[in-house]
Write a protein that binds this ligand. Structure first.
Ligand SMILES: C[S@@+](CC[C@H](N)C(=O)[O-])C[C@H]1O[C@@H](n2cnc3c(N)ncnc32)[C@H](O)[C@@H]1O
Length: 283
C-alpha cells in the first residue's frame, strides 16, 4: 500500500500549519519579489481567485498592496476553512470560502475570473499528472484570463552549508532526503510535471504559457528550512494515527527524533534549498 492514498493530504491544517504557511508566505514573497507576476495585467475591476489558499495569506497580502485598488475582488478557496481568519476581519475586497478543487467546479464559478492563482498544491498532484486540477482552474477563467501557478520542487531539495560549517560530508538531513524521495516515489509524488506545466497548459486550451525559474535567496535559506522542518513535524503527527510505522519514515515518534537531530544540524549551519517554478499561462 502506498504511504499516501490518492487525494490524501500529506500534512495538516492545524494552528501550527497556519504558522508554517504564513512563514512560507514571507519566504516565497520575498524570494520572488512579487505576488503576481508583472506580465499579468490587472484591470481596476478584475476578479482574482486564489485556489488552495490555506490561511488566505496571498489574498490578504495582495489586497493590502498599495498598487491594488480596492475595486479588485479577490476570492480565496480551500477544501477546509480550518486556517481562515474570521470573515469580519478580512479586507472588504477579500472573501474566503470552501471549495474542493479536485471535484467538478460549481456552475457559478465557471468563466468568472480574470486571474486564477494557485501556490503549493504539488503535494496533491499525483503520478506527474496535474490535468484534473488544471482543467478546473481553466474552467474558472474568463476567455483571455491568466493562470499563475507557483510551486517548489520538494522532490529534489538539497542540503547546503556555508563555507564556515564544520558538519561532516554526510549529514542526518542528507540521509533523510534519500529516504524522503523513496517515500515520495511510493506516494506517486514526483515533481517532473512542474517543468512541463506550460505544455500541460497548452494542451488544456491555453493560448500562451511561460515558465520562470527564479533563483533562491541565500539569506532566506533558514526561513525555508524552518518551514520544511515544520511540515515534516506535521507529517509525523499524521504518522501517529497509523497502526504500523511507515516503511520509509518509521513511526511519528521516530521521525520527530530525527527532526530533533536535523535542528541541531541547522543550528550548526546546514540548510535546505528548493528550486522554484512560476508558470504563467493565458486562456
Ligand atoms: C501547502 S498549502 C498552501 C497554501 C497556500 N496556497 C499558500 O501558499 O500559503 C496547501 C493547501 O491546499 C489545500 N488543499 C488540499 N487539498 C485540496 C483540495 N482538494 N481542494 C482545495 N484545497 C486543497 C490544503 O487545505 C492547504 O491549505
Amino acid at each position: 500500500m502506498a504511504p499516501l492514498q490518492e487525494g490524501q493530504y500529506m500534512i495538516q491544517t492545524s494552528s501550527q500549519s497556519s504558522a508554517r504557511l504564513n512563514l512560507q508566505h514571507y519566504w516565497v514573497t520575498e524570494s520572488l519579489g512579487y505576488l503576481l507576476h508583472p506580465s499579468i495585467p490587472v484591470a481596476p475591476d478584475a476578479k482574482i481567485a486564489d485556489i488552495a489558499t490555506g490561511t488566505g495569506a496571498w489574498p490578504v497580502s495582495y489586497s493590502l498592496h498599495a498598487a491594488v485598488p480596492s475595486s479588485v475582488q479577490i476570492d480565496g478557496f480551500d477544501v477546509t476553512d480550518d486556517m481562515f481568519p474570521p470573515a469580519d476581519w478580512l479586507p472588504s475586497n477579500v472573501s474566503l470560502r470552501t471549495l474542493d478543487v479536485l471535484k467538478p467546479i460549481p456552475a457559478e464559478l465557471k468563466g468568472v475570473y480574470d486571474v486564477v492563482c494557485i501556490r503549493y498544491f504539488g503535494v496533491q498532484v499525483r503520478n506527474n499528472d496535474p490535468s484534473g486540477v488544471l482543467a478546473n482552474l481553466v474552467e474558472m477563467l474568463k476567455p483571455g484570463g491568466y493562470i499563475q501557478w507557483v510551486e517548489s520542487d520538494i522532490y529534489s531539495q538539497r542540503v547546503v552549508k556555508p563555507t564556515s560549517c564544520t558538519l561532516p560530508e554526510s549529514t542526518a538531513l542528507e540521509r533523510h532526503l534519500a529516504v524522503w524521495r523513496r517515500y515520495l516515489d511510493a506516494s506517486g509524488l514526483r515533481y517532473d510535471w512542474l517543468a512541463a506545466l506550460p505544455t500541460h497548459c497548452i494542451r488544456h486550451g491555453m493560448s500562451e504559457a511561460h515558465i520562470y525559474t527564479p533563483p533562491s535567496t541565500p539569506a532566506l535559506r533558514f526561513t525555508l528550512t524552518t518551514a520544511v522542518l515544520g511540515a515534516w513535524e506535521e507529517l509525523s503527527y499524521n504518522l501517529d494515527k497509523d497502526k504500523e510505522p511507515d516503511e520509509f519514515l518509521g513511526s511519528g515518534r521516530e521521525l520527530r527524533e530525527k527532526i530533533g537531530a536535523f535542528w541541531r544540524e541547522v543550528e550548526a549551519g546546514a540548510a535546505l534549498e528548493q528550486r522554484f517554478f512560476v508558470t504563467v499561462a493565458r486562456k
